[in-house]
Design a protein around this ligand. Structure first.
Ligand code: URA
Length: 432
């Protein structure tokens, strides 16, 4: 391992054998964290070339189980979001795309820090379960065209260990390491094609499109080398997506979106991501036809019916979905009022995410408990004109003590100016 650290430190290219040695040894606990940490720092400064990035991805992917979806008919298309605040697109897209006839085999994660997780959101629906065996997962998809389950420890264990080490050694933000981390997990899940929603903005890893583009190209290149078609949609995370941040609050908003009553930004993003999923699944020839198909499924009620079918199939109470007043809602609320009159020019997604964690909606650490009914509902977003003392957001928590710190985050989240700023596009770039 010392030789390999030195090689990478000098900027040399490593072979597949080298990466096998490092990853297998690390996962088996034979190579100590401090050597892998030094190696990661060498990668951070010297980088990996495209070939090495693809090899690392492949080696990581093979560190655990590979899901075989071949028993499910049709082209399986997955969606991945690099994470953001208020991002409930998976809850909308899964049923929407499944209603269009594309099998959706979704393995999702839990929230950590300021970003939420699809599993936690789904579990705010009474009795809904996201644990199932692989056979049950496949059977549910065969029966309903959709299932959403958790990724267990046997899926890409190399990434779990490596990510934890990157997190504490300042080596998360290297594009080869991010690309291999994301792609190894997505490819292990067995999809034939993948749409990646790559977020840019304050609430995301990548702050600008210029930063995001090389990562997008790298993921497409890895896909090409592994025979999987990838489309990357670069979308804005300058402010939270939609109006809600918090588990049950987001489920309610996802349901409204499936019913055609959702906020415009969330609806638009889901339609774009979904239509590219239909293109990759070869259900429609163009994105435009995909958009039409998806809009029709929302208008006819088929998309919402598919969501109900999913909830029922996973043991959840359908009554809760039919009447969202039955979803958990925290006991206490406080309104955050505008400190000034003017236009909202910034609404920092990260700060809103941190406010929601303080309210109990997120996890400060991997083992923290979540209050499903806690979170933030935004009344105003970027571009809105507000009067002094007009409500900007309502905060929900089960503990009154949570409000003080959360309100401080909300204060730093909003910037109000006399002059409006030109609107920023939600969809910033599409790379195929
Ligand atoms: N998301 C991942 O899964 N991995 C990274 O390294 C960064 C974002």
């Amino acid at each position: 391992m010392l030789e390999l650290i030195k090689k990478k430190k000098s900027g040399d290219t490593l072979s597949r054998e080298d990466y096998n040695y490092i990853i297998d040894g690390f996962v088996a606990g034979e190579i100590p964290d401090y050597q892998v940490a030094a190696f990661l720092m060498a990668v951070y400064f010297k980088g990996l070339n495209d070939e090495e990035t693809a090899i690392l991805t492949d080696v990581m992917m093979r560190s655990g189980d590979l899901i075989n979806l071949s028993a499910i008919k049709g082209i399986k298309v997955d969606k991945h979001s690099t994470g953001g605040v208020g991002d409930k697109t998976s809850l909308v897209l899964g049923p929407l795309v499944a209603a269009a006839g594309v099998p959706v085999a979704k393995m999702s994660g839990r929230g950590l820090g300021h970003t939420g997780g699809t599993l936690d959101k789904l579990e705010s629906i009474k009795n809904l379960s996201v644990s199932m065996t692989r056979t049950e997962f496949i059977e549910k998809i065969q029966a309903h065209n959709i299932a959403i389950c958790g990724q267990n420890a046997t899926l890409v264990p190399a990434d779990k260990k490596l990510y934890a080490l990157r997190d504490v050694t300042g080596t998360v933000d290297n594009i080869s390491l991010i690309a291999s981390s994301i792609m190894s997990k997505k490819l292990a899940c067995g999809a034939d094609a993948i749409v990646i929603d790559l977020k840019v903005g304050e609430g995301a890893y990548m702050k600008t499109v210029t930063e995001a583009e090389p990562l997008a190209n790298m993921m497409i290149d890895i896909g090409k080398k592994m025979n999987r078609e990838i489309i990357v949609v670069i979308s804005a995370m300058h402010q939270p997506l939609g109006l809600t941040v918090g588990n049950a609050l987001e489920v309610k908003e996802a349901i409204e979106t499936l019913q055609g009553k959702g906020p415009k930004d969330l609806t638009d993003l889901c339609l774009v991501l979904g239509s590219y999923m239909l293109v990759l699944a070869k259900v429609v020839p163009t994105k435009e036809e995909g958009l039409e198909r998806l809009k029709a499924l929302i208008d006819s009620g088929a998309a919402f019916n598919k969501f109900k079918e999913l909830v029922k199939a996973q043991g959840g109470e359908v009554a809760v979905v039919e009447d969202t007043n039955l979803l958990p809602l925290a006991q206490f609320q406080q309104v955050y009022k505008s400190p000034a009159e003017g236009y909202i020019t910034h609404l920092n997604a990260l700060e809103v995410g941190l406010a929601s964690v303080k309210l109990g909606a997120g996890r400060a650490t991997q083992t923290s408990k979540i209050d499903y009914g806690a979170g933030v509902v935004l009344q105003k977003k970027i571009g809105d004109y507000v009067k002094k003392n007009e409500p900007l957001a309502t905060l929900y928590a089960d503990n009154q003590d949570h409000f003080t710190k959360a309100l401080e985050y909300m204060e730093s989240a909003y910037t109000i100016n006399k002059e409006a700023e030109p609107p920023k596009p939600l969809i910033m770039k599409i790379i195929r």
